[in-house]
Write a protein that binds this ligand. Sequence first.
Ligand code: ADP
Ligand code: NA
Length: 330
Amino acid sequence: LRRLRVFSGIQPTAGSFHLGNYLGAVRQWVALQETHDAFYSIVDLHAITIPQDPGALREATRLAAAQLLGAGLDPARCTLFLQSQVPEHAQLAWVLNCLTGFGEAARMTQFKDKSARQGTEGTTVGLFTYPVLQAADILLYQANEVPVGEDQRQHIELTRDLAERFNGRFGDTFTVPGAHILKDAAKIYDLQDPSVKMSKSASSPRGIVWLMDEPKKSEKKFRSAVTDTGTVIRFDPEEKPGVSNLLSIYSALTGIGVAELEEKFTGQLYGPLKTELAGIFADWVAPFRSRTQEYLDDPAELDRILALGAEKARSVAAGTLADVYEKTGF
Ligand code: ADP
Ligand code: NA
């Protein structure tokens, strides 16, 4: 019985991943490599849709790879590679660009949000066609499922439309993927402003927990997390977004259910919850950081792993592209 294939990508982030990236995505990737034929890409081509510094991008990309390995991705159990090392991504994206309506691409809400922030002159055509490149990423591997957060649903819908359009015009070529909206994934909010998700583009850096920061710095962020003026520790995202966020993180890091945590903290104030969570995070992050650092300290080994991953990815991607080119008329 062939395992279902999943594809997922993550952008390199300067500095390191944040706790939202880990609890909302990376952790699920590690679990899925046991049950699925998993293809994971560090999507560095996507990273240049906004201006980049070359040295910083290269460093962030290697850091992303080291962190994914540090988090438990195993090159023997999954295919981990850099998007830029598999030229078929850009090649298929061009073919798909020529199948995508201008209006269809212009309806992508993520583009509308991001381009509004960049302004017309600052918005690149690359940012506009970003979802088409994403479709190419997925379709090259004939992925059955795409583990993503809820915010990616529209892009997966476009991917499905493009696959069906190509298949309809040129004959059966692509597996039409389903979104695999991550069920166990915790949505993590900013520690200083729990009304917004923890994000690298947040305004207050104090609310973001970076995985590679000195643990002392992160512990301080947990201890000074914004809560509310009440005293009861209860999971209630509407009334108590700050406390609920802390309970979600606590639960995700320990596997203890939120109801059980409410019981455990009955009669206690917010202080002990924050302090305990700071300690739990510190205990979790220490081995993660040291494993990640080992890969960063051995660039030859990291290169070797990424080269092998790219080779495995290309062996699948090249087959899909050859079929597409032939059917397209090349
Ligand atoms: P950011 O919002 O910091 O720009 P990305 O958009 O690059 O992060 O997200 C990378 C991955 O991490 C995606 O799968 C996304 O769903 C997940 N993710 C990002 N932020 C969070 C969060 N606060 N909570 C849960 N998952 C998150
Ligand atoms: Na984002």
